[in-house]
Design a protein around this ligand. Structure first.
Ligand SMILES: C[S@@+](CC[C@H](N)C(=O)[O-])C[C@H]1O[C@@H](n2cnc3c(N)ncnc32)[C@H](O)[C@@H]1O
Length: 323
């Protein structure tokens, strides 16, 4: 796709509430072969597609949902792009968080208009788009990326969909900490998130929300191991499977392609650093820890008795096995 836009112009709002497309609006051309072109409308603009050129002057003033025509006579629907459309059509420099996971992350981090949230790494800005959408117009996303090329792609992606006013992008390695503090939530999509838990704690407001997306189980285990040390409780590990269907009334059935795995989602809350962590672990973990303690005590007792017996001392009944 090539898109002709005046270089200095960015859409003023991600979505409008009026019924017709206007200059400055974000719009989507949706072709009959299910291709999507997200564009910002400009009186002198044109969108070049595989079905020809759509002149914006012919789109401005049209009702949302109307069919519009390219110079080659091919029709496309003029729609307002949804958040999913924005995420799916952004330029990719990295793998992005899938919309199904992004939606749930926003929900679990309890984000709303006015929230302040830290993110790393920015990557292509896929999740950043969903975070900014959730916290605008009064909140802010503080996102961190170590690679200059990727940082630039994310900036352009966010500008293209008019969400840049709600995002501060930092080109930095989070090894040195985050560029914001007293935030409501932190989300990490980096290879070794457990290495940054001290920084997460320092940046989160008391009781704040933490989440991370990890592709492998090994990474989840390493992250879980760090939670006690840095006082995180209410820990959950979840995975979402989305099963799409073919929406054909007479042959309704599941899609042929199912994405088997995107990532494990790990969630936790920052709790008071003075708390005794054993009390706030999940009940099954508390039972497991108690079993380990009992086993150790029984082993120590068995060794003591064995020493007694070999020294010619008294005889003991058998020790009970731990349940
Ligand atoms: C999988 S991508 C993130 C994708 C992003 N969540 C999205 O939806 O588009 C991971 C990114 O983290 C960045 N990264 C890795 N370690 C980092 C660090 N220590 N500080 C900042 N960024 C880091 C990488 O350069 C990469 O761009």
């Amino acid at each position: 796709m090539t898109e002709h836009l005046p270089s200095s112009s960015h859409a003023t709002t991600p979505l409008t509430t009026h019924h017709t497309a206007q200059a400055g609006d974000l719009a989507m051309l949706f072709t009959s072969d299910y291709k999507r072109y997200v564009v910002q409308l400009h009186p002198d603009g044109a969108t070049h597609t595989h079905l020809g050129v759509y002149w914006h002057r012919a789109l401005i003033g049209q009702t949302w949902g109307a069919a519009v025509q390219s110079q080659l006579g091919h029709q496309a629907l003029l729609l307002q792009p949804s958040l999913t459309d924005l995420m799916k059509t952004l330029k990719r420099g990295t793998q992005i968080v899938y919309p199904k996971d992004a939606a749930y992350i926003v929900h679990r981090l309890s984000l709303h208009a006015g929230s302040r949230v830290i993110e790393a790494g920015t990557g292509s800005g896929g999740l950043t788009t969903a975070l900014a959408w959730a916290v605008m117009p009064t909140g802010m996303v503080f996102t961190h990326e170590v690679r200059p090329d990727i940082h630039q792609i994310a900036r352009e992606n966010l500008a293209r969909v008019a969400l840049l006013p709600y995002v501060r992008l930092f080109l930095t390695d989070i090894e040195g900490g985050f560029q914001a503090s007293d935030v409501d939530a932190v989300f990490l999509d980096v290879r070794e998130p457990w290495r940054y838990l001290a920084h997460v704690r320092a940046a989160l407001r008391p009781g704040g929300f933490f989440a991370s997306l990890l592709p492998t189980a090994n990474q989840v285990i390493d992250l879980l191991a760090g939670f006690d040390k840095y006082h995180f409780a209410d820990v959950a590990v979840e995975e979402l499977l989305l099963r799409p269907y073919k929406p054909t009334p007479d042959r309704f059935r599941p899609d042929d392609n199912l994405i088997g795995h995107t990532g494990y989602l790990v969630f936790a809350r920052a709790i008071d650093a003075g708390e005794e962590m054993g009390r706030w672990q999940r009940p099954e973990r508390q039972r497991y820890e108690a079993r380990l303690r009992t086993t150790a005590e029984l082993e120590a007792e068995a060794q003591r008795r064995a020493a007694d017996i070999s020294a010619g001392g008294k005889k003991y009944p058998e020790l009970p096995l731990p349940g």
